[in-house]
Design a protein around this ligand. Structure first.
Ligand SMILES: NC(=O)c1ccc[n+]([C@@H]2O[C@H](COP(=O)([O-])OP(=O)(O)OC[C@H]3O[C@@H](n4cnc5c(N)ncnc54)[C@H](O)[C@@H]3O)[C@@H](O)[C@H]2O)c1
Length: 390
C-alpha cells in the first residue's frame, strides 16, 4: 500500500442493511439497487464509467444517496467525510455500511476516506492516489439557527473547506466540480419563482451567506483557472435516511407521540419540497454535463446564473410549493393518524415562501423533479417506521 494511502483512515463498514434508500420500502440491497438504475442521462453511461468521482459528505443524507446512485451505474467513487457529530453518527455509519454493500453487489470500485476537508494532507492525497477526475461536493453545514455549533464552525465547514477543495481541483485539473448550495441564498427580495437569473446578494442566514460566498469563490476559480464549476441550489430536501434535524422528522415524531406540532403564520407559509431521488437525479445529470461559458452572457446585462467563465448555478426544486398545512395533511394520510396542531406567533428566521424556477435545470439536464408530495411523504414515512420499528 502506498504510504499516502496508508495514512488515510478507511471507514469500516458496520451494521446491517435495513431499508431501501430511495423509496423507503424495506428491502434487500439488490432490491435497492434496482431503484436508481435509470440514471443515465443523455446516454453518457459508458463515458462516465471511465471517470473516478470524489463525493464529499458521502456519510451525509444527500452524499449517501448520490454515492449510491453513482455506484449503481458503475462509476468509481471515492467518498470523503469527517463524520462530524452534528447529529447521531450511527445514522452516518449505517449509510456507509450500505454503500459498502452496494459496491460489493455491483462490483463498482469504492473507497471511503474519513478525513476533514479543512486540515491535513488527506484531500490532496486522495485526489492524487485515486486519480480523481470529477468532484461532487456535498459536505457542508446547514445550521439554520446556529443552535448546534458556532459561527466559526459554519464558516470553517463551508467556506474554508470549499476553498481547500477549489485549490485541490485546480491543482489536479478536475474536469468538473459540482457543489451544494441552497435556495436560502436568495434571502430577502427574491422574485417568485426564484430564478438563477435574479440577484442572490441578500442572504439572511449565516449558512446561506457562506453558501453564496462559495458560489462567488467558485466563479473566481472558473474564471482564473478555467475550472468548470456548477453550484446546485437545493430546495428543502426530504426522504428516507434523511437528517434527524429536518422538519419531517420532527413532525412525524410528534404525530406518532400524540404531541402538538407548533405552526407559525396560520400554516400558510409555503415551501418547495424536493424528494431525494429527484434531487440525486438532478445532481448526477448536472455533474455529467460540465459547465461551459455562456456565449450569450453580456457584461452590460449579466445573467446572474451563468458567466463568460465555465460557471453556472442551477436550482433543483420541485417548482410546486406546498403549505405547512398541506405537508401535515400528507403526513396524516401516510401515517393514518391525525396531527395535533398548535398555532403560534414568533420570530420568523426564514423566508416563508420558496419556489424553484427549474427552467435552467431543464435546459441543462433535460430533467425536472416530478415526485408528488404524497408519494414522497409516503416513502419517507414507510422508511421512518421501518427504521424506528414503529
Ligand atoms: N438537506 C437539505 O434540505 C439541504 C437544503 C439546501 C442545501 N443543503 C446542503 O447540501 C449539503 C448536504 O446536506 P445534507 O442534508 O446531506 O447534510 P448532512 O449533514 O447529512 O451531510 C453533510 C456531511 O458532510 C460532512 N462534513 C461536514 N463538514 C465536513 C468537513 N469539513 N470535512 C469533511 N466532511 C464534512 C458531515 O460529516 C456530513 O456527513 C450541505 O452543504 C447542505 O447545506 C441541504
Amino acid at each position: 500500500m502506498d504510504i499516502r494511502t496508508a495514512r488515510m483512515e478507511a471507514i469500516p463498514g458496520q451494521g446491517g442493511l435495513k431499508t431501501t434508500a430511495a423509496t423507503g420500502a424495506v428491502g434487500t440491497p439488490t432490491q435497492e439497487m434496482a431503484e436508481l438504475q435509470e440514471i443515465d442521462p443523455k446516454g453518457t453511461k459508458e463515458a462516465d464509467q471511465k471517470q473516478t468521482v470524489l463525493v464529499t459528505g458521502h456519510a451525509g443524507f444527500i452524499g449517501y444517496h448520490t454515492t449510491k446512485a453513482l455506484l449503481e451505474r458503475g462509476d468509481k467513487v471515492i467518498g470523503f467525510d469527517n463524520l462530524n457529530t452534528h447529529y447521531d453518527t450511527r445514522l452516518k455509519r449505517e449509510r456507509l455500511a450500505m454503500l459498502e454493500e452496494v459496491a460489493k453487489a455491483t462490483g463498482s470500485k469504492y473507497h471511503s476516506v474519513k478525513a476533514d476537508l479543512c486540515s491535513g494532507p488527506e484531500l490532496m492525497e486522495t485526489l492524487e492516489t485515486y486519480k480523481v477526475q470529477r468532484v461532487i461536493h456535498l459536505a457542508g453545514q446547514t445550521d439554520k439557527y446556529l443552535s448546534n455549533s458556532s459561527p466559526q464552525d459554519c464558516v470553517q465547514n463551508n467556506i474554508t473547506a470549499f476553498l481547500a477543495l477549489l485549490e485541490a481541483c485546480r491543482h489536479f485539473k478536475i474536469h468538473h466540480l459540482t457543489y451544494a448550495s441552497s435556495h436560502a441564498v436568495y434571502g430577502a427580495g427574491f422574485q417568485k419563482p426564484m430564478s438563477e437569473r435574479d440577484s442572490a446578494n441578500h442572504p439572511q442566514r449565516l449558512d446561506a451567506a457562506t453558501q453564496r460566498a462559495c458560489e462567488l469563490l467558485a466563479h473566481s476559480y472558473s474564471h482564473q483557472f478555467k475550472l468548470p464549476t456548477t453550484g446546485l441550489r437545493f430546495f428543502s430536501v426530504y426522504g428516507p435516511w434523511g437528517r434527524p434535524d429536518s422538519v419531517l422528522f420532527a413532525f412525524v415524531k410528534k404525530i406518532l407521540e400524540g404531541k402538538p406540532i407548533q405552526i407559525y403564520n396560520d400554516g400558510s407559509n409555503t415551501r418547495d419540497y424536493t424528494y431525494i431521488a429527484d434531487l440525486v437525479e438532478g445532481i448526477v445529470r448536472a455533474s455529467d454535463t460540465p459547465a461551459q461559458p455562456d456565449p450569450a452572457w453580456l457584461t452590460e446585462l449579466p445573467n446572474q446564473g451563468t458567466s463568460s467563465a465555465p460557471w453556472r448555478v442551477l436550482n433543483i426544486g420541485n417548482n410546486h410549493p406546498v403549505s405547512i398545512e398541506e405537508l401535515i395533511a400528507a403526513l396524516e394520510q401516510a401515517l393514518g393518524k391525525p396531527a395535533m396542531k398548535e398555532f403560534i406567533t414568533g420570530p420568523i428566521l426564514e423566508k416563508s415562501q420558496s419556489c424553484a424556477d427549474t427552467t435552467a435545470l431543464q435546459k441543462a439536464t433535460a430533467f425536472k423533479p416530478n415526485t408528488s408530495l404524497e408519494e414522497g411523504v409516503q416513502r419517507f414515512v414507510d422508511w421512518f417506521r421501518a427504521y424506528h420499528q414503529l
